[in-house]
Design a protein. Structure first.
Length: 365
């Protein structure tokens, strides 16, 4: 059960129509895919994303860091993480930590397959179904209020009990109107989250929050710059809307500081970003000690396992965006059930099957 091979590859996918949030436009994205193989033939898969360009650095870092897994027992995930996390050599945050995540996740997948147990059971098995929300509401060329309303209404028709939309990419008055139109389209009984993707200053975020409080907002996500802990705390103190943040945070040490600032009601760790499943476990425990729920960012196929595993798991983000023009890295689907819930795959490990045709078609390195 020892690791004998680690291979990382880089894939890139171009969207037919670029999408935009409060700060960024996405036309092409990269995915670093890491696979480990043990001496008894078990294979595990992990991945981490980045935009085209920086994705090359994640790929090169994953190739370098993957060597630390060689020779380890497949269950030695804590030892692997500490081997890889050398701040003086690889940095404390950023792209190298994403590369670590791809290796770490692959190790956990292999461990689950070796045990014959699904990941959410290995980590705690708190539940087998978890709530999910459908995310979208991006800015898109030619997309007006009517198209936005139709999009969000369609998500509800698919069974969503919660939906999320983007703000911060238009003048405040226009975004307030966008929120009003979406609330009208989805009705009063569906939860509505708004996500600024760090687009506002604290004063702008406070002003926005006051304008949209009347629309019963489930949470206001990433209102200010990811490093502005003091500004985040000011926003939280100014509004009754719960504040969610953390998708751009790295390692347990970053979440320690985010929690200490008192700026977040809901934490949004992303295992593909923060360093993998090993580190997500530490963050889940830290959050639990502060009675903070977890609503991870992105990668529903991964985070469905993690939300199901821990008692403070709150909800899974299920991203359904426009302008994709692509399939997915895995063949697995994660459908909403009649109550707007999803169930993590029940096969061993992550329970995911790589779409080899998609993988080869988009392979860069």
């Amino acid at each position: 059960m020892r690791v004998v091979e680690v291979i990382s590859n880089l894939c890139r996918v171009r969207r037919e129509r670029p999408i935009r949030n409060g700060l960024y436009t996405y036309s092409e994205s990269g995915m670093v895919v890491t696979r480990v193989r043990t001496d008894d033939g078990v294979k595990g898969i992990g991945w981490a994303g980045a935009q085209a360009g920086p994705d090359r650095a994640v790929y090169e870092a994953a190739r370098a860091l993957g060597g630390h897994a060689l020779g380890l027992d497949v269950y030695d995930t804590e030892q692997l993480w500490e081997r890889m996390f050398q701040p003086k050599l690889f940095g404390r945050r950023g792209l190298a930590i994403r590369a670590m995540a791809s290796v770490d996740i692959a190790m956990w997948d292999a461990a689950g397959k070796t045990s014959g147990v699904p990941l959410h059971k290995m980590l705690g098995g708190y539940r087998s179904r978890v709530p999910a929300y459908l995310a979208g509401g991006y800015y898109l060329e030619g997309k007006g209020l009517r198209e936005l309303a139709d999009e969000m209404h369609h998500k509800v028709a698919l069974g969503a009990r919660y939906v999320k939309m983007k703000i911060g990419g238009a003048p405040l008055s226009q975004d307030v109107e966008r929120v009003r139109v979406v609330r009208e389209a989805i009705g009063e009984d569906v939860g509505l989250m708004v996500d600024a993707n760090n687009a506002y200053s604290p004063l702008e975020a406070i002003k926005m929050a006051r304008h949209i409080e009347a629309y019963d907002i489930t949470w206001f996500e990433e209102p200010v710059h990811a490093e502005d802990y003091a500004g985040l705390a000011k926003v939280r103190a100014s509004t009754a809307i719960p504040i969610a943040s953390g998708e751009n945070e790295y390692t347990r040490y970053g979440f320690r500081d985010l929690i200490a600032c008192g700026g977040a009601d809901i934490l949004q760790p992303d295992a593909n970003v923060l360093g993998g499943i090993t580190e997500f476990r530490h963050i889940a425990s830290l959050a639990s000690a502060h009675r903070l729920p977890l609503a991870p960012h992105g990668s529903a196929l991964l985070h469905a396992h993690l939300v199901a595993a821990f008692a403070n798991g709150l909800i899974v983000e299920h991203v359904v965006t426009e302008g994709e023009g692509r399939g997915g890295l895995f063949k697995n689907a994660l459908p909403l059930d009649e109550e707007g819930m999803v169930s993590p795959p029940d096969a061993p490990g992550l329970g995911l099957e790589l779409d080899e045709e998609f993988f080869r078609e988009h392979l860069v390195s």
